[in-house]
Design a protein. Structure first.
Length: 413
């Protein structure tokens, strides 16, 4: 495990969220969020020379949004909003409710703004670079008072957020902007929904994958959705059924399952997700759009540590949880992020390369290193990503006081 930040540095540094890359397409530059100057800002690091430059100009702390529940409404950097166009080295982000972009030249451009009364989450830029999707939700979704304010590092609210969405009939909005002019191209309302993750299809930017966050019911089928703007059609991705391939355990897809962290393959033909079967083991799944087929692989019964699965360009996976050796003793810690809808505790310890054999219903696990993160709060989730060349995996870790970024080779020999 090699550090991208000095162990004694007195500040937090993390990758961008895993729904986009944190690396330029040639793997020469690494984009990071760091609070080294007292406020979170986006930095770019030249991996050859080690030179780092600040790209954003935030002096107002953290903007309140999904995951960053204790941020300031309308002020600060939207840490969840930062996404990278890795082919063009352009960062998109929200600053003080202004939707902005900045390139390597450091010139900041304001594209548009977030309307009053809306809460934002993780954004995404299309692979052609022309569209930016900013998910928004009626601001009431995160209205706090002293009786509902959360605790722990993430200040997760104590009330059921999706429950409030259903009871008060709140809506989310897929807001798509032109990345050159900043014009709002369209806004698609999605009633009774809390959208926090959006991802354009890599081949067809008319198709957006989005989620229902922390569903209060039917998580196994409510989590993953597709919106086709060309047809103005919405459809569910994971539906109930028994027609699952590569599934030697014979587990059906049920509404009572838990599903999370969906992502596209490079060709836009496959969606990979993970989760757990109701009253059963953890699993990782694949859905193929053209054939409308599912593959799901149940994990061993003792693989109960929460983790994320992401893909390289060949659809190999990497993971920051689940894997354990038989002799491993689990670390016991209190973590407020354990108190969500997912059934698995945040106590995974390994960064693993995972080779899926979908038709055979098995995963080939190659543990590469211990990430040693305490998982305390969202920023300390390792969220591993492959570099574009596939030879390295980058991840976050806090094993001491501060979150740092590390890299490990994907070869163990």
């Amino acid at each position: 495990m090699s550090g991208c930040e000095g162990e004694t540095a007195g500040f937090d540094t993390q990758l961008l969220y895993f729904t986009c890359s944190s690396l330029s397409s040639d793997d020469r530059r690494l984009y990071l969020i760091s609070d080294r100057d007292g406020h979170p800002n986006v930095y770019v690091k030249d991996l050859a020379s080690g030179e780092e430059r600040r790209l954003t100009d935030n002096q107002n702390g953290i903007l309140k949004s999904y995951v960053y529940f204790d941020g300031t409404p309308g002020k600060g950097l939207g840490k969840a909003s930062v996404c990278l166009d890795s082919s063009r080295d352009i960062i998109y982000y929200i600053q003080d409710n202004e939707i902005c972009k900045v390139g390597l030249d450091g010139a900041i451009h304001v594209l548009n703004h977030v309307p009053d009364g809306r809460m934002t989450a993780f954004t995404h830029v299309s692979s052609d670079g022309w569209k930016l999707c900013v998910p928004m939700t009626d601001g009431r979704i995160l209205d706090f008072n002293p009786d509902t304010e959360g605790y722990g590092l993430d200040k997760r609210p104590v009330y059921n957020i999706d429950g409030r969405v259903q009871e008060e009939r709140l809506s989310s909005y897929l807001c798509v902007f032109d990345t050159e002019t900043g014009n709002l191209l369209y806004e698609k309302p999605v009633p009774l929904c809390w959208i926090t993750h959006v991802q354009f299809n890599p081949i067809d930017s008319d198709i957006i994958m989005y989620n229902h966050e922390w569903p209060s019911f039917d998580c196994g089928i409510r989590r993953i959705w597709l919106y086709d703007h060309s047809k103005d059609e919405i459809r569910c991705v994971r539906c109930e059924g028994t027609d699952t391939l590569g599934n030697p355990g014979g587990f059906p897809r049920r509404a009572a399952d838990w599903v999370c962290h969906e992502m596209w393959s490079d060709d836009g033909g496959v969606i990979v997700y993970h989760g757990g079967y109701a009253d059963g083991p953890a699993m990782v799944g694949k859905y193929e759009l053209e054939s409308n087929r599912y593959w799901e692989i149940a994990l061993p019964d003792d693989f109960k540590a929460y983790g994320h699965f992401t893909m390289d360009h060949q659809q190999n996976l990497c993971c920051d949880g689940y894997f354990k050796f038989p002799e491993d003793i689990k670390v016991v810690r209190e973590n407020s992020t354990d108190n969500g809808p997912d059934p698995h505790k945040k106590d995974g310890e390994y960064i693993s390369r995972v080779i899926p054999h979908w038709e055979e219903g098995r995963l080939e696990w190659v543990p590469l290193c211990k990430h040693q993160s305490d998982w305390l709060g969202q920023d300390a989730h390792p969220h591993p990503i492959y570099n574009h060349g596939g030879g390295e995996i980058y991840f976050n870790s806090r094993s001491g006081k501060y979150v740092k970024v590390y890299a490990t080779k994907t070869k163990t020999d």
